[in-house]
Design a protein around this ligand. Structure first.
Ligand SMILES: C[S@@+](CC[C@H](N)C(=O)[O-])C[C@H]1O[C@@H](n2cnc3c(N)ncnc32)[C@H](O)[C@@H]1O
Length: 391
């Protein structure tokens, strides 16, 4: 946007005139008229003051898929948000326009992939250049992992009666309402694995981020009397207070459990440490199940985690899953984030299946009482299960 502003930060008058003409013609004029304006240089990114609507929002309201395509080709921004935080995709969804929604979602995935391809391999530095806003603009500890890891945490019981842990700014680090989703993750990761069957020796598990320990307790429980307990259960956790909580609960004393104290980046991105971690798995072949659910990390961090998977996931039957919560306050951004994750997992050699899970009743209004920001607004959860592609 800045490249078309004049030195005093104003947008040139001619451009504003074209922008307004484009907004009007996107509402009710022919496609060729819209195209003509775009060819004349009308800025498709422009949003009006009243609603914060772009030409793409107006086109979505018209239910005119071809017009959406013309605008996107002409520079419209797929994830421009109106005053209520809606993309044009949400306008399509509210009108039941599946085709229009798919055009916007596909453009989102395409443009985010392109952006990542141009940005090169994942690095913390490339985080700020991320196109997609998967985390709300957040200057609190939720927006920065290292700040979070120094933040004072509080454990308490929410108005829904469930345990939760909040950071110093009142952000929900982990909340008890998520337990039914964690149950599904563990079920999909363990049910059919050969090493979890009655006569097998037990699975080797890596969980990144202990939080309230919900997922780790489930990994220990799912294997009932007729099923083996995990053979190895490694947990990477970085927050000093969470590490103390683990010791207070005696979780570190459970047979087979090993706590790796530090950030996952320290263990898995350093070849020497990675070698030591892998020595703890049978034959150094990697883990049967890997789950990742951290906090104050963005899409770039998740993508960086994907990139270490080929080294740490047992290649034949290993199963990877992650807490799919990025962008979960907006249906279109959530779909694009999930689509992007699938393509990036494919890049590192994994096939992903998605399981639709209804958001459980445990997510009630009172859950958010005393929490700084709602991080979930959608009716459904897309649960990923990924495995190495068979060659
Ligand atoms: C959302 S909670 C995990 C909840 C857990 N899945 C459960 O079932 O209770 C996130 C956890 O990740 C930890 N964490 C955050 N960043 C991390 C990092 N870079 N490496 C390791 N652990 C991290 C936090 O301290 C926190 O305990």
């Amino acid at each position: 946007m800045s490249d078309v502003k004049m030195e005093d930060g104003q947008i040139p008058f001619d451009l504003i005139t074209l922008a307004h003409q484009l907004l009007i013609s996107s509402q009710n004029e022919s496609l060729s008229e819209v195209k003509k304006l775009l060819d004349q240089g009308a800025p498709a990114w422009y949003q009006d003051d009243a609603l914060g609507w772009s030409a793409l929002h107006y086109a979505a309201e018209r239910r005119e898929p071809k017009l959406l395509e013309i605008l996107l080709q002409g520079g419209a921004i797929w994830n421009a948000l109106d005053r209520w935080g809606r993309t044009a995709g949400e306008i399509c969804l509210s009108l039941g326009d599946e085709k229009g929604w798919e055009i916007i979602r596909n453009e989102g995935i395409r443009s985010e992939m392109l952006h990542h391809a141009l940005a090169g391999p994942s690095s913390p530095q490339s985080d700020s250049s991320t196109n997609i806003k998967l985390k709300a603009e957040d200057k609190t500890s939720a927006g920065d992992n290292l700040t979070f890891l120094k933040s004072q945490l509080t454990w308490n019981i929410g108005d829904d009666g469930k345990e939760r842990v909040l950071d110093a700014d009142g952000n929900g680090v982990m909340m008890g309402w998520e337990e039914p989703l964690m149950i599904e993750h563990v079920r999909y990761m363990t049910n059919d694995h050969p090493n979890a069957q009655p006569s097998a020796e037990g699975m080797t598990i890596l969980n990144v981020g202990f939080g309230l320990g919900i997922v780790d307790r489930l990994f220990q429980q799912t294997q009932s009397s007729s099923h083996p307990k995990p053979l190895n259960h490694h947990i990477i956790e970085a927050h000093p207070q969470v590490l103390q909580y683990i010791r207070d609960k005696g979780f570190d004393k459970i047979p087979g459990v090993k706590i790796l104290e530090g950030r996952w980046q320290d263990f898995l991105q350093d070849p020497e440490k990675l070698g030591e971690v892998l020595e703890g798995t049978p034959g150094g072949m990697g883990y049967d199940a890997i789950f990742v659910d951290t906090f104050a990390e963005g899409y770039e961090d998740l993508k960086a985690f994907f990139e270490v998977l080929p080294d740490i996931l047992e290649p034949e039957n290993g199963i990877f899953s992650f807490w799919n919560g990025l962008g979960a306050t907006n249906a279109t951004i959530y779909a694009v984030s999930s689509g992007l994750a699938e393509l990036h997992l494919e890049d590192v050699g994994l096939d992903t299946k998605w399981y639709d899970v209804l958001i459980p009743d445990s997510l009630r209004e009172e859950v958010w009482k005393g929490v700084r920001r709602r991080y979930w607004e959608l009716p459904g959860y897309k649960l990923p299960i990924a495995k190495m592609k068979l060659i």
